[in-house]
Design a protein around this ligand. Structure first.
Ligand SMILES: [Cu+2]
Length: 183
């Protein structure tokens, strides 16, 4: 582990353990958008986090030359299936190009939030955030919407992405699920 990685891991642990108190702003949690030098392996790290309602999450890219997005699974995002709480606002960062480019959302509605990287979804670059108690469409099987009115044009989650989501139970138990790499 490099010093930088150690600092990052330590900062993350502190950020996730610090429970926000009423009237105080919650600390920032960071998710890295990573890839190896050749761009063959890509991923969000951590790939799964548990946070309290009202927490701000920042995605930051550290793979120059390999643009990423953070994009919520939501029909408003290119007809992807709904995998965030029904009352939550979907987000789409657009392309983050340069090292250090970042994007933030504050998640207030409890539930499971699944998201993807637009250019790398089919390569399995996805992540999962649990806000408070796990609930909502993101806690359901990937094909839950089959046959439901109004969902016939929703895109299913690609197979390579499905197998990369950490189980909700693992996120709740561990609070932080790191990506296995290799990066
Ligand atoms: Cu990506």
């Amino acid at each position: 582990m490099t010093r930088r990685e150690l600092l990052r891991a330590g900062g993350l642990a502190v950020a996730c353990l610090a429970a926000p108190r009423p009237g105080r702003s919650a600390s920032l949690v960071e998710i890295r958008m990573r890839s190896d030098a050749r761009g063959e392996h890509v991923g969000f790290d951590p790939i799964g986090i548990l946070i309290p309602p009202g927490q701000t999450v920042r995605w930051i890219t550290e793979s120059p030359g390999n643009p990423h997005t953070t994009t919520a699974y939501h029909p408003r995002n290119a007809k992807h299936s709904l995998r965030i709480p029904a009352k939550a606002e979907p987000w789409d960062s657009g392309f983050l190009l340069k090292e250090g480019d970042h994007f933030e959302v504050t998640l207030t509605v409890e539930g499971v939030y699944d998201y993807f990287c637009l250019p790398h979804e089919v390569a399995g670059m996805v992540g999962r955030i649990v806000v408070g108690r796990p609930a909502g469409p993101g806690a359901l099987p990937f094909d839950y919407f089959a046959g439901r009115p109004g969902s016939s044009d929703w895109l299913p989650v690609p197979e390579a992405a499905r197998k990369n989501f950490p189980p909700v139970e693992a996120i709740v138990r561990q609070r932080v699920v790191r990506h296995g790499g290799p990066f």
